[in-house]
Ligand binder design. Structure first.
Ligand SMILES: [Zn+2]
Length: 450
């Protein structure tokens, strides 16, 4: 394929115009500002950004997005009550419904500019907590959903053992539980075998959290995985979790991970909301990466991640949309910046160009979260995954190159199209299988008793 765009964001600024040639797999063969002689190309009047990376997803939770937002007087609501509702949602979806919900949410991600997703997957078993005939059934459904929607996926089977520090699992958690680490290894291997047989599906692994996985068991299982496979874990999302971890291990969750894991090279800590001064500095100076999910963290009332100190100490981070109550990468970036501005009464959270800093940091760290490695934007030999913004958007008319990305990010412009592996999966705001996927989704959720 051969494309001409008004311009595209590359490492040194904007390439204008931008010609991109891809091979049959959708990998970039060449980029430049002049075409090959006599070459035929598709010309699009759009500015192109690299596709955004969604490093933390629980696809099934999209089935309840917006349905936990009514608060009857006299019934207190917080993260823990929301979690009960989420468990009921998780318990009510059969594999076909899980696949339909995941296909829908991945389609919506693509429409907003995400081209890759890391699926943190823990709804493993049937409604009674028994293995499906194929132990990896539901993980396979997530991969199929991604393939149908056209988003690139890293599937991350999650080890989930218990209901809290030293507590047996709750009944509502029965679909998540691997009672032995051997069972989890079987599940991981079955998922991995399937994933590696597909075109371009990556694999990671995870422990849900230190409250859901016995810390000693985590230390024992950890060396069984190659350090080249990304390891994801929730930590310090809620104050209660920090207190419980302190009581059980005498360490705060992030402190425990920093001190007890043998290597932090490919470690992705989701949330890391409640950090003390020492944790902020140690985490920023470590090889670990934080995965922030600002829309969900705001929705659940988690707290503020200490981004100003973390980023100025050189910490690495990327973004995810977690529960999918919000699904827009640019909105997640704005929230990261605005929650600092609101708490410091200043505007300069990130000195220089905050839009470029956030976009680039989340992209490069997000690639590692997916199990890939990339040095910069639109490199030859990598998949051409891109998001197109209409060059005629009013907010772009007086935004020169230095302000173009900020104008897109801070005004919440909607993309006009999304390319994955060099092919349009969204064009003029519409996914190529929009009606059919939406129809299947409607049918799947209409049967939900939840
Ligand atoms: Zn999560």
């Amino acid at each position: 394929m051969y494309f001409r765009f008004r311009g595209m964001l590359v490492d040194h600024g904007w390439l204008e115009p931008a010609f991109v040639q891809t091979d049959i797999l959708g990998k970039i063969i060449s980029t430049g500002s002049t075409p090959e002689p006599d070459a035929a190309y598709e010309s699009i009047d759009a500015w192109i950004l690299p596709g955004a990376l969604n490093a933390h997803s629980h696809a099934f939770q999209y089935a309840m997005a917006g349905k936990a937002e009514i608060f009857p007087a006299g019934q207190p609501d917080d993260f823990w009550t929301w979690r009960e509702a989420m468990y009921r949602c998780a318990g009510s979806l059969d594999p076909d419904q899980l696949e339909a919900v995941a296909t829908m949410v991945y389609t919506e991600m693509l429409r907003r500019g995400f081209t890759q997703v890391a699926e943190f997957h823990y709804v493993h078993h049937d409604g009674k907590g028994n293995f499906y005939q194929n132990i990896a059934e539901t993980g396979i459904r997530m991969v199929r959903a991604a393939e149908r929607a056209g988003i690139r996926i890293t599937i991350i089977p999650v080890l989930y053992q218990q209901g809290g520090f030293g507590q047996p699992p709750y009944d509502l958690q029965r679909r998540f539980i691997c009672s032995s680490t051997d069972d989890f290894i079987r599940l991981y291997e079955a998922t991995s075998a399937y994933a590696l047989n597909q075109v371009d599906v990556q694999i990671g692994w995870s422990a849900h959290s230190l409250r859901a996985v016995d810390p000693t068991a985590l230390k024992n299982i950890y060396p069984q995985f190659s350090s080249s496979v990304p390891f994801h874990i929730h930590a310090a999302e809620q104050k209660k979790e920090v207190q419980d971890c302190l009581a059980w291990t005498q360490k705060r969750p992030v402190q425990w991970l920093l001190e007890e894991l043998p290597s932090l090279k490919n470690v992705f800590i989701v949330h890391a909301t409640h950090l003390d001064d020492q944790e902020v500095l140690q985490l920023a100076g470590s090889e670990a990466t934080v995965v922030l999910c600002p829309g969900t963290e705001g929705n659940l009332g988690d707290g503020f991640f200490r981004m100003t100190e973390f980023s100025r100490s050189g910490g690495n981070w990327c973004i995810g949309t977690d529960s999918h109550i919000s699904l827009d990468p640019m909105a997640e970036f704005r929230m990261i910046d605005y929650r600092q501005r609101l708490s410091t009464n200043r505007r300069d959270t990130f000195p220089g160009d905050p839009a470029l800093y956030m976009f680039r940091e989340a992209y490069l760290s997000g690639k590692r979260a997916m199990g890939e490695h990339q040095e910069g934007f639109f490199k030859v030999g990598t998949y051409f995954d891109a998001v197109a913004y209409d060059a005629q958007l009013p907010v772009l008319q007086n935004a020169g190159p230095a302000y173009r990305l900020a104008a897109l990010m801070y005004t919440g412009a909607m993309p006009m199209g999304t390319l994955v592996r060099g092919r349009w999966v969204v064009k003029n705001g519409e996914h190529c299988h929009q009606a059919e996927i939406a129809n299947q989704y409607r049918k799947a959720v209409s049967k939900l008793k939840w």
